[in-house]
Design a binder for this molecule. Structure first.
Ligand SMILES: [Cu+2]
Ligand SMILES: [Zn+2]
Length: 179
């Protein structure tokens, strides 16, 4: 009996760490698995939709240290890892806005803050985006016909330059998978 109890606790803790800090809401959810330019898995994440946008939670393990840009790109494919994930297209941008939080004509729907990868290659990140959703009810629809992908760049976003804030090469990519 005692042993069974311990196993149950272990399973509960395991499930918690696999999901995220976010409480389960009523809106749609999605998940992401990031791969690098070699096709190796370097992270995972969840996306939870609320009434005003989406909460993104992700963890990274295996990227180079430093500030990184991350964006929602408009096509849900990450298969071309050796070619630098160009197939994921530009930013999710149904309004044809300019790129950048600091741009007077921005931001586009796919813009997100930068995050920092530690010297051990890891990062734990939570972000909120009020210009995107998983069902089209708020801003850009991440799960439209061609889907979307979260793309991490080698450098940080300057939140101004076109088209992607001077963030450089695409070093990791995760297809947004509904359900
Ligand atoms: Cu990008
Ligand atoms: Zn952008």
């Amino acid at each position: 009996m005692k042993k069974g109890h311990a196993v149950l606790i272990g399973l509960t803790l395991g499930a918690f760490s696999l999901t995220s800090m976010a409480e389960e809401g009523n809106g749609p959810t999605a998940s992401v698995e990031f791969v690098d330019n070699h096709g190796e898995v370097v992270g995972e994440g969840t996306i939870d939709q609320g009434p005003a946008g989406v909460v993104l939670n992700f963890s990274i393990d295996g990227l180079d240290e430093g500030w990184k840009a991350i964006h929602i790109h408009g096509v849900g494919t990450c298969e071309d890892h050796e070619e630098g994930f160009q197939a994921s297209g530009g930013h999710l941008n149904p309004d044809d806005s300019e790129h950048g939080f600091l741009n007077p004509d921005g931001p586009d729907a796919g813009d997100l803050p930068n995050f920092y990868v530690h010297s051990d290659g890891s990062a734990m990140v939570e972000m909120f985006n009020e210009r995107a959703s998983l069902d089209g009810s708020v801003g850009g629809n991440m799960l439209d016909d061609d889907g979307s992908a979260l793309v991490i760049h080698e450098n940080p976003d300057d939140h101004m330059s076109q088209p992607i804030g001077g963030a450089g090469a695409r070093v990791a990519c995760g297809v947004v998978q509904g359900g």
